[in-house]
Design a protein. Sequence first.
Length: 276
Amino acid sequence: MPLPVDFQFSQNNLQDYLDCARRFELRALRRLAWPAAQSEPVIEQERAIERGSRFHHMLHQAVIGIPPTTLAEQCEDPFLQLWWQNYLTHPPQDLPKQRHPEFTLHAPFAGFRLIAKFDLIAIEPGQRAVIVDWKTAPHRPARSTLARRMQTRLYRFLLVEAGASLNQNMPIHPEQVQMIYWFANEPTAPEIFSYNEAEHKQINAELHQLIQEIQSLSNSGQPFPLTTHEKHCAFCTYRSLCGRGIQAGNWQDMEDEPEAETPLQIDLEQIGEIAF
């Protein structure tokens, strides 16, 4: 099944491809709904999705100026109460004052389009550009795992490629970029990644190679291959379809927040092209 000409590559579908090419095909290309749980117990996963979504919304409201006391009234859930207090006591430090919450950037790339929705971009024009990502998963990934994740690579890359409009129409240089993962359960120990020109060039080459691989597979007419790392199957809704078992993994063992499977898309007719 060839890639549509308007296909958009995001950190989610690129990570799917890295984890399992077959999952990418089923989810991103065929958009196949499959009635299986991502993790169990299902009710706990659903609560985790809702709780994480509410916390992200609270942080968005905080950034745009809603008073903390007003937001605290939304915290009936004990987890939300703890996370909110953690944020008030230990927020990310030394962020630039120009802040853009829930901001989407996109750019043409390799004949398609890259897209990312950032939890927060904080800019000191001409000086610094800081990406903040809020994490509420019960499990904290190792730094080495985060470094390999497509989110860490794509977000920094795309901010350099498409972020000039946030920087008084000046280019953002890789050395000016920093990415912070802030953990709601460990607020005093954020994970911070810097960036540089050499890494930017490396990620550029890796993304081109990935997209070429995906395009080649999609044009072949053959099914995309299954992953050889079956641990990924425990948290994949397609595990039974692929003959990889029916038992879902425990949601508390997930390193990423469980989320509803709603792919990030933008309507290019509704927004202007971002200059970069």
